[in-house]
Design a binder for this molecule. Sequence first.
Ligand code: SF4
Length: 408
Amino acid sequence: MKDILADVGGRPGIDCRGFCRYCYFKGIRTEDPLGCKYCPPFKVGCDYCINRVREKYFGFVPLNMVLGEVYTNFKVNGGETIGISGGGDLSCYPDLLELTKGLKNIGLPIHINYTSGKGFDDEDGGEADSLVKNNVSEVSFTVFSTDRALRREWMGDASPDASLANLKRFCESSDVYAASIVIPGVNDGEDLYKTCSDLEDMGIKGMILMRFANYEEQGLILGNDPIIEGIEPHSVGDFGKLVTKIDKEFSFRVTGTPLWDPEAGSPYAIRGEDEMLRELPKIEKGATILTGKISAPLLSEIFDKISDKIEVVPVDKEIGCLITIEDIKKLSLDDIKETVIFPGRAFVHDREIEDLLCKDGIKRLIIRGPDRLTVDGEMSISMSREEILEEEKRALEELIRMINFYGV
Ligand code: SF4
């Protein structure tokens, strides 16, 4: 579905009534550029990998600018939905109601992409009612917990009654996907069951459980780990089991990120679909595929079924899209083939990764691969298994075309 973005800007911690204790943008210590696919060829650093990745806005974007941009975009490119996003919290955008009023004229359904509700003040849920009247049809709501005291303490939510009342009203008349960062010993035990039970009563459509990450290896790439001293996050395996358990227990759909989607079998749901794997283009050449630690065994399972020419090599980072040049530095070049394909969205500069992967004197061809090969729980929650399989098949076809063109 083609989404038109309405970006209202905003700064984490500032334009959301103070930092949540688990916010990944808290305590960023470095301004150094990471390098990425948007950087110019001879310079490490661009607006994306210096500013956007840190959600570095000057503040909220004025209403007229947001509206102007959406209208222009719609005229030029068309669209099927409008997604409101930002770097702070959408419920704190002072013109949210006016914005939806202005966007309503376009006549498309409006989605609110992540709000914690901290900016809502009406304990009768009136803000949600007004937004729904203005065509808001889908809301992603960061719940964390329905326990007021936990919301106060961990999210800095000064008005949890108003936040939860608005959440309830949204549930009554729009599709609500709740999201919760799960922190061991805080909101993962009985509290998670109580929260899910409250959300089931409210009528949410789905729940995205997000594994709390506290270390660089788990994906904190802005030099601010640990986010919370003394918290040991769930292992990926334990987290997957928790997602499955919650999914079995409740009537709404449950997915997890960085994994897993019990209903669809993703990430890489296609690994169990031998018929679909047979339909992929034949792999004619060899290559090393670099990826994250979570993806590597799953991707290997796929390639083991269809080719003996592909080596999948994990780097010391759980998530492929969050690979940085530091992870590449740690890689042994012993088993790396002469063509290497790395994740398209990895935060590395093309020239830097090329230098590192050829430092043993072997001239290797280093290629940036597709942006993604599968979908995580945040995306899959609103997709059917068929849609996920099609998406994965399309991405693997793109990867195989690259292998056959650049491989050895
Ligand atoms: S509301 Fe979102 S952006 Fe703001 S502090 Fe909490 S997690 Fe960070």
